[in-house]
Design a protein around this ligand. Structure first.
Ligand code: SAM
Ligand code: SF4
Length: 316
């Protein structure tokens, strides 16, 4: 299934869309993302925010007030799901914890907070949960443990164990992969999809690999969007109600990439609310990454014939 192209691929997407319609009513869940830090303890070979670039990049950690201010912008634009994302840096946790507590105390049940901040201890996760965050995304990136170790210089096991920890303390949990990583086999991508089932995750994302500047992998070929799209469709068919984002990396790899993501069965889109000053320093795919705006999301969702929704209330 992962290899199909042309007419066979369209049939796969059609099946994925039929399942999405039956189980999710064809609604696109909208998130606003705040990128809270570009400091990272990890040294991923594919990411410009890797530890070895610490001297090359101008570093930032947002304050509680910064995060709260951007959360207010997200909420006032009609989006109720806030995604707080960043490099893996324990110094950001106090600001995130305080900001989450403040957002939830002001906006109560009208807001939902998702975190994507990396590997921490159970105690640290409990503090974030107690502050009011309800979901945590920790992508396993690749199920090939030797590839994971080679690209991230740490064991895959730690991430997988943390998915179990996060679930056990009540978080909705997200995982996912980067597809077309140099050295990754198609069989291991089938294993990646199996993880969505084995770990019973609530959210799953598939990003095609982007060869980012200032990384050891900058000369490697860009990921194959078709492979990522096929993986999205397979996950939708196997886990009908799961949340799958149509990620900006699909659009960065080719215009219309996020439209194809929704066509393949995705049902989440994310608008970037990081202010320009910090956005310029958050170098995830290098300086010319594709920054998703609300207009782009609206056009994409309209084109595919779905509806945007926030917390069960359609906003368009
Ligand atoms: N630091 C946290 C982590 O790695 O889990 C969260 C932030 S990280 C920037 C968010 C995601 O970006 C990662 O899970 C990874 O899948 C994705 N990413 C980073 N570099 C990438 C690249 N070159 N190509 C595709 N995806 C990439
Ligand atoms: Fe750090 Fe995440 Fe980038 Fe890896 S992908 S270097 S963990 S920010």
């Amino acid at each position: 299934m992962l290899k199909v192209r042309g007419e066979e691929q369209e049939q796969l997407f059609l099946a994925a869309r039929a399942i999405r319609k039956a189980y999710t009513n064809d609604v696109v869940s909208l998130r606003g993302v705040i990128e809270v830090t570009n400091v990272c303890r990890v040294n991923c070979d594919y990411c410009p925010m890797r530890r070895d670039n610490i001297k090359k990049n101008e570093r930032f950690n947002m304050s509680e007030d910064d995060i709260f201010r951007m959360a207010e912008m997200i909420i006032s634009s009609g989006i109720g799901i806030i995604l707080i994302q960043g490099g893996e840096d324990r110094n950001i946790l106090p600001a995130v914890e305080k900001a989450v507590r403040r957002i939830v105390s002001v906006y109560k049940d009208s807001v939902e907070i998702i975190l994507n901040l990396g590997n921490f201890s159970k105690e640290q996760y409990i503090r974030l949960r107690d502050a009011g965050a309800s979901s945590y995304i920790l992508k396993h990136e690749t199920s090939d443990s030797s590839l994971f170790q080679r690209l991230r210089y740490e064991p895959l096991e730690d991430r997988l164990n943390n998915l179990v920890v996060l679930k056990s303390i009540g978080f909705n949990v997200g995982s996912g992969l980067i597809s077309s990583l140099p050295g990754q086999s198609i069989e291991s991508i089938a294993e990646d999809i199996q993880i969505a089932l084995d770990y019973n995750v609530d959210m799953f994302s598939v990003s095609p690999f982007i060869p980012a500047p200032n990384t050891p992998l900058h000369l490697s070929p860009a990921g194959d969007n078709d492979l990522a799209l096929n993986a999205i469709a397979c996950v939708r068919i196997l886990r009908p109600s799961i949340l799958i984002p149509s990620v900006s990396a699909l659009e960065k790899n080719g215009p219309g990439g996020q439209y194809r993501g929704l066509s393949a069965g995705a049902n989440v889109m994310t608008v970037n609310f990081t202010d320009i000053e910090h956005q310029k320093k958050y170098l995830i795919y290098g300086k010319d990454r594709f920054v998703v705006t609300k207009d782009h999301v609206k056009l994409t969702v309209e084109k595919v014939g779905m509806r945007l929704q926030h917390n069960n209330v359609p906003i368009m």
